[in-house]
Design a protein around this ligand. Structure first.
Ligand SMILES: Nc1ncnc2c1ncn2[C@@H]1O[C@H](COP(=O)(O)OP(=O)(O)OP(=O)(O)O)[C@@H](O)[C@H]1O
Ligand SMILES: O=C(O)C[C@@H](O)[C@H](O)C(=O)CO
Length: 319
């Protein structure tokens, strides 16, 4: 018996999104606070879509930590394995700059962040075995002890027949160099059932400047993965199966406010659709429609849509 459709492991942080957008951050005076961090956003998105979700991570023992934990509980995520740090580590902060709908950047404050101090002994087999899938974010591999905690969670998932979904989620901060990224990304990707990332992120995994999708899938299908999703921004995304099928997901039209949040909302809705037994082609549409909604809104987490909103957009743009 599984209790959770999905348990995500990794960072739960704070996003501070510029309220006065279409201008440089130097001229921004007001920021809105949201829960952020890619794996937290995915769990929030999936929970808002009605999946039962849990989370493994570490938050600070302060106002930010309590804000994160309260918000995640409010949207229905089980936070019993969201460990409270006792050593004074802080929450990661992501200040977002929205220069224009297509030129966005994120200014990260991630020195000594609590999420990277998750210890292997804080990852419980009893918890992981209650899930259908474990969603692992690449950033959790950037530094010890979180690195070992994530590797342990993958090993426990595999031992208990829990599907491993690896969201590459490459962020340059905290990694030392490209070799290191490639080493740890390969270890986890080769053991995962599903790997999701952008073309650039797969280049980091393979440690190549310009890879191509055929080579990527030929490499990964020699190992555990059964399904690989490669995203190409507004040009859409491709899903490849080990049986040799390829599916293309087109991006939906959107009144874009900012670009970030696309990947997390895409993953949440894609995984929701697969969990509900939709086809891979349909799952690509759910993911793309969810992303189109989130890029038209101000936040990544709070903006995660409902199933009805996703299906309405799919219907509206069905031709
Ligand atoms: N401007 C856009 N308009 C509509 N849909 C978009 C847009 N940008 C991205 N998407 C959708 O979101 C999906 C994922 O986007 P992308 O490939 O940029 O991922 P990502 O880089 O992980 O996102 P993020 O910016 O959150 O890190 C795309 O395949 C597409 O369907
Ligand atoms: O993942 C992060 O740490 C920042 C996110 O919360 C932010 O909203 C984003 O970049 C989403 O893609």
């Amino acid at each position: 018996m599984t209790t959770y459709d999905l348990i995500a492991v990794g960072r739960a942080c704070i996003d501070l999104n510029a309220v006065e957008y279409n201008r440089p951050m130097e001229e921004t005076e007001t920021f809105s606070k949201y829960v952020g961090g890619s794996p937290a956003n995915i769990a929030i998105g999936a929970s808002k879509l009605g999946l039962s979700c849990g989370f493994i991570g570490k938050i600070p023992d302060d106002q930010h930590g309590r804000f994160i934990s309260n918000y995640m509980s409010e949207v229905g995520i089980d936070t019993s394995n969201l460990v409270v740090d006792t050593e004074g580590h802080k929450a990661g902060l992501a200040f977002t700059e929205i220069l224009s709908p297509s030129e966005c950047s994120i200014l990260m404050y991630r020195d000594d962040v609590a999420d990277l101090y998750l210890e292997p002994n804080e990852v419980s087999e009893g918890y992981i075995k209650q899930a259908k899938m474990l969603v692992v974010s690449g950033t959790g591999l950037a530094q010890s002890p979180s690195r070992e905690a994530v590797l342990k969670s993958v090993a426990l998932a595999r031992k208990n027949n829990v599907k491993v979904v690896f969201e590459l989620d490459y962020r340059p901060y905290t990694w030392k160099n490209a070799e290191e990224v490639s080493v740890y990304y390969s270890i986890v990707a080769e053991q995962s059932d599903v790997v999701i990332g952008t073309r650039d992120e797969f280049n980091m995994l393979e440690n190549v400047v310009e890879g191509n999708n055929d080579k990527t899938v030929a490499y990964l299908f020699q190992h555990e993965p059964e399904l690989i999703v490669i995203k190409h921004g507004v040009e859409g995304s491709y899903a490849y199966t080990k049986e040799g099928d390829t599916f293309r997901g087109k991006a939906y039209k959107s009144n874009v406010l900012k670009t970030f949040g696309a990947g997390d909302s895409y993953a949440a809705a894609f995984l929701y659709a697969l969990t509900k037994g939709k086809t891979i082609q349909e799952a690509l549409q759910y993911g793309s429609a969810s992303a189109a909604i989130v890029v038209s809104k101000h936040s990544s987490s709070e903006a995660m849509p409902t199933v009805e909103q996703i299906e309405a957009l799919m219907e509206e743009q069905s031709n």
